[in-house]
Design a binder for this molecule. Structure first.
Ligand code: OGA
Ligand code: NI
Length: 349
């Protein structure tokens, strides 16, 4: 398998634990999504007030959040309580890490998808004729004490900044899971009880040097194989989400994070919530950074829809399956989108 093909495969994997069935070249190509031809346009993004979830308006905010998951598949979160210096510090650290000489960054390169930490490089996909400009450092981060010793020591601020940000993000995640569970009419801890680890990707998109932007992506269209993804963007635009058949710019809103519905929440919600197709473009003038926090279940957690969400009007769309089965399947059906779930559908053979 060529380096390019491997990188395409690697780009799909945002969590470890998958089996080792290498995808074939044909699988990769036949599963490339066809992108709708649409102008990206600015639009309104639902904004959820996290602090208000702890007060008398909880029921109202839970409802807003459920609607955002159902209608848009993503929302921004304000009053998330992650201190500004913590945010500044993770971006400073990320910038310093990626500005280091390549040899220093490449210390974290490995082709092993099960490695606790790995660097992924930008690459050209000769077949699809696109350049994917993202460089990312992906690593396990929960519990922090278990993994911190694997993280870089250059820049020296790395471990402290990352630990601080990730501890904060975990808290935001747990609060959101409580509200998302309630929005589905489930016990507050329904999703939290399924949680396993946490994986993070520090994403770095260099200012593009190529004039033909159509062929240069930050990252190509994909859904995340997570329950939810929490994305912290710096102030440079680039993220786009597919909304009502059109690409919509999800431009950074100061002091907010963006939350996406991932494939596994689509299954847990019995397809009431839809996994968000998104992509990132590069900017010709400025570098861009984002921090994506992916949360995934424990390997034996059951992911199919709960009985409460199934009735004669809403038959079960998915069978019960474990996260381990899902991870193994990811390597058999290499897909950029929720086709990863197809074999778990009730109608599947
Ligand atoms: C991701 C992702 C988008 C961005 O890391 O999964 O979709 O804007 N990132 O960096
Ligand atoms: Ni993503």
């Amino acid at each position: 398998m060529s380096a390019t093909m491997l990188q395409v495969a690697e780009d799909l994997l945002v969590f470890p634990g998958a089996g080792h069935l290498p995808p074939t070249y044909k699988d990769l190509i036949s599963n490339l999504p066809t992108l709708p031809e649409a102008e990206a346009s600015d639009g309104s993004i639902p904004i959820i007030d996290l602090e208000a979830l702890h007060g008398p308006r909880r029921a109202e905010i839970v409802k807003q959040l459920g609607q955002a998951c159902q209608l848009q598949g993503f929302f921004a979160v304000k009053n998330h309580g992650i201190p500004r210096p913590t945010v500044d510090s993770i971006f400073d650290t990320t910038r310093e890490f990626f500005h280091q000489p390549k040899e220093e960054r490449m210390k974290f390169y490995t082709p092993d998808p099960n490695s606790d930490i790995r660097l992924m490089n930008a690459y050209k996909d000769e077949v699809a004729n696109v350049y994917v400009a993202r460089e990312s450092l992906k690593f396990h981060c929960h519990p922090v004490e278990k993994y911190v010793n694997k993280w870089p020591t250059n820049p020296p601020s790395f471990r402290k900044s990352a630990a601080e940000y990730l501890t904060n993000v975990r808290r935001v995640e747990i609060t959101l899971f409580g509200a998302i569970s309630e929005s589905l009419g489930l016990e507050t801890d329904y999703i939290e009880k399924k949680l396993g680890g946490h994986y993070v990707s520090l994403n770095y998109y260099g200012a593009c040097e190529q004039s033909n932007l159509e062929l240069t992506y930050g990252v190509r269209a994909h859904t995340d194989p997570t329950i939810i993804t929490i994305l912290l963007q710096d102030e440079v635009p680039g993220l786009q989400a597919l909304s009502e058949g059109k690409w919509m710019d999800v431009n950074p809103i100061p002091d907010t994070v963006v939350v996406h519905v991932g494939d596994l929440l689509q299954a847990i919600s019995n397809h009431r919530f839809k996994s968000l197709l998104h992509q990132a473009m590069v900017n010709c003038e400025k570098e861009r950074m984002s921090i994506a926090s992916y949360c995934y279940p424990s390997s034996d957690a059951m992911i199919g829809p709960p009985e409460k969400l199934i009735d004669s009007d809403h038959p079960a769309v998915y069978k019960d399956f474990t996260f381990k089965e899902f991870s193994e399947q990811m390597w058999k059906v290499i897909a950029f989108d929720d086709a990863r779930l197809n074999s778990f559908k009730c109608s599947a053979a």
